[in-house]
Ligand binder design. Sequence first.
Ligand code: PDD
Length: 287
Amino acid sequence: MARYAYVNGRYVDHRQASVHIEDRGYQLADGVYEVVGVRDGKLIDETPHLDRLDRSLKELRIAAPVSRKTLGFIIRELMRRNRLRDGLVYMQVTRGVARRDHAFPTAPVKPALVLTTKNTKHLVADVGPGIAIKSQPDIRWERCDIKTVALLPNVLAKQAARESGAYEAWLIDSVGCITEGASTNAWIVTKEGELVTRQTDNGILAGITRGTLKSIADTLQLKLVERPFSLAEAKQAREAFITSATSFVTPVVKIDGDPVGDGKPGPTARRLREEYVRFSEAGEAVV
Ligand code: PDD
């Protein structure tokens, strides 16, 4: 079956899909993106993801390439063509194609819109054995609240983690606190049973999965505190886990080689994952 990508108004063979070499996303990382999970043919949290895309665009003064309604149509059409039932939709908007100059183009430029889908069925199925984390210094800029394609510090941190045998990196700020993962939000469950995740501001991305999990935790009457937490505290925690559109809720069983709790996925993370999967199965099927 041919796999399609959407590139600036056309559905094209994924293998042939390309953008111009002077696209500002390619040359200057002048663009933003979103990743929306798809479970059983349903988009997970479509509205908050598209709201965040709008916000990222506004913060960088990039015009929306198409209306919200049209974008919704494009997403569904690509899912339909690619028969996507479990996986994710990737969408990217850049400032467009212009002669290279750091400053914004002075002549009007059309922002460029690209969408792809990915089948990740295997990720969804089970909680799995849990993952290992490696801590890395957070060397990113001060607008981590914007979901830009400028991901080099995240790429380097993730690579360092992978080379050490860990799956994800947790980024450590100048005072020893964990901001978030290279591509996920970070959570712990303290010895007292409190759920802790860092507060949202310009230091982290306000994860959509994080937001949904806050509501789930509330429904389950779990005590949630949004505050900074240190690497030392995380290592002493009863449980730890990560959240994102691609990992859902995934338990952390090791940090820098030390086991978290008893070194196995904990009950809170398991329960939250179950509830999140249930939440993701609700809603209207697209494919
Ligand atoms: N990453 N923090 C960072 C730095 C991220 O890149 C992501 C998402 C998250 C979690 O956000 P959400 O719950 O909205 O997925 C937190 C996506 C999945 C990616 O880059 O592939």
